[in-house]
Design a protein around this ligand. Structure first.
Ligand code: SAM
Length: 211
């Protein structure tokens, strides 16, 4: 199994639906974002540990979220939960400018190192911090993607989403959530449920509190 066979499988199974998402998945090799001890499983459709009790999401989940996000050329995207940097690279290779926030310093460094190998690295800015408060300085954003489970939509993220913008976010408990597509249209908020998912929790001011 290699990266391109993984991509073709994701396409055959209906997770990858658009050329834009497919092209990015072919450009970005998932193995480069997986720690050495798990490299042999890099092309399995499974979440994998990246240290610090965190994971790189299953490629099918990443594809589902990117298709729902409906990225267009030049979109400014805020990602909460950089993790390995894989999803940030995919979005940059889809033509977006990405600001990604990670709360764990060691993962922030891991992602920065991984992203250096990406052909689209110049369109990615990775920052350490609590992403539940967003990043007001660069707002508003065309798209916001939250790759960890939030108890509810963090109000600063809604404020920082552009009118006409799209947010994809898992909402629920610390283990299981429902994935939502949130659209902001003339200050009306439209929420559409996609289905059940399982993400690590969003920890922060507008996230879960670590007990
Ligand atoms: N998108 C990542 C990738 O491509 O590898 C996977 C993300 S992993 C499932 C979720 C990440 O969210 C973890 O690295 C975790 O530390 C991070 N996280 C949790 N709460 C956060 C917060 N308040 N701000 C920023 N990152 C947070």
């Amino acid at each position: 199994m290699d990266n391109s066979s993984m991509v073709h499988l994701l396409e055959r199974e209906g997770y990858i639906r658009s050329e834009r998402v497919k092209r990015a998945f072919l450009m970005v090799d998932r193995a480069q974002f997986v720690p050495d001890e798990n490299k042999s499983m890099a092309y399995f459709d499974e979440p994998l540990p990246i240290g610090h009790a965190q994971t790189i999401s299953a490629p099918s989940m990443v594809a589902i979220m990117l298709e729902l996000l409906n990225i267009e050329d030049g979109n400014k995207i805020l990602e909460i939960g950089t993790g390995s940097g894989y999803n940030a690279c995919l979005m940059a290779c889809m033509g977006a400018n990405v600001i990604s926030i990670e709360r764990i310093p060691a993962l922030c460094d891991f992602a920065k190192k991984n992203v250096e190998k990406c052909a689209c690295r110049e369109r990615i800015k990775i920052m350490l911090g609590d992403g539940s408060v967003g990043y007001k300085k660069e707002a508003p954003y065309d798209r916001i993607i939250v790759t960890c489970g939030a108890p509810d939509i963090p109000p600063p993220l809604l404020e920082q989403l552009k009118d006409g913008g799209i947010m994809v976010i898992p909402l629920g408990g610390t283990f299981f959530q429902e994935l939502y597509v949130v659209k902001k249209e003339r200050d009306k908020i439209l929420k559409r449920r996609w289905g059940d998912v399982a993400f690590v929790p969003l920890i922060g001011r507008y996230g879960h509190r670590w007990a």
